[in-house]
Design a protein. Structure first.
Length: 235
């Protein structure tokens, strides 16, 4: 089955899922850190790694938009553990590709190239990693691709073909910005190597994956009926 990474910066959720065999790795980002009220990024990274250990991959993202600061932060983050992947966006906020920087860093540290939205960006990323021997993750934001009215399944399948074109065994394709539990099936059948899921999606996946749909129909009708009664609605 496809590898599932937990996507959160909530320390309690990381502790909850840390011993679950369903989880093969962890991803975070600055937006998740903001949501969880993280103030000290270094302390946060250390705490996460203290919880999950050094066997499963953990991705932490740089915080800068400046190329030299990104380089400096990348090396700082990578030193936190041998299982750490440094997340660097494919483009900065000025719309400039960071390929030269990514190629330079890839010779020395493991990278997670993030915010990828197209097969062409996967091609560009793959080509700059051709001759390097570290481990890399390409995070394709399937959920956001779908939000824009494009088929994320076709994007993931095309991205996988692009990676396989070069026979790159050190690159894994990740389905990111997961929107629903069924996306785990979508990602698997379209040959992504990894899908990253929030705790909420994982809870739903575990609770409902063997759900009898006939029973679920009755439960749904019961929910609507109970809410009508409890709210005092009448005709």
């Amino acid at each position: 089955m496809i590898k599932i990474f937990l996507d959160t910066a909530d320390i309690k959720e990381i502790e909850k899922w840390s011993k679950d065999s369903l989880i093969s790795g962890y991803t975070t980002n600055p937006s998740l850190a903001k949501k969880s009220g993280i103030k000290n990024y270094r302390d946060f990274m250390k705490t996460v790694l203290d919880i999950v250990g050094d066997e499963k991959p953990v991705s932490f993202e740089v915080l800068s938009n400046n190329r030299e600061e990104i380089r400096e932060q990348a090396f700082i983050i990578s030193e936190f553990g041998k299982n750490v992947y440094v997340k660097i966006p494919i483009k900065n906020t000025d719309g400039e590709y960071l390929i030269g920087l990514i190629q330079s860093l890839s010779k020395r540290i493991n990278l997670n190239i993030t915010a990828i939205m197209s097969v062409d960006q996967v091609r560009i990323s793959s080509e700059c990693l051709l001759y390097n021997n570290n481990k890399y993750i390409l995070s394709m934001f399937a959920g956001r691709i779908a939000d824009c009215g494009h088929n994320p399944r076709l994007a993931i399948a095309g991205a996988k073909r692009e990676i396989e074109k070069h026979s790159l065994k050190n690159i894994e394709l990740l389905w990111a910005s997961t929107r629903e539990a069924y996306n785990i099936h979508d990602a698997d059948t379209n040959h992504a190597d990894i899908i990253t899921c929030t705790p909420q999606i994982l809870d739903k996946f575990i609770k409902l994956r063997n759900k009898n749909l006939e029973e679920y129909s009755v439960e749904t009708a019961q929910m609507f009926y109970n809410d009508a009664i409890e709210s005092g609605l009448s005709l």
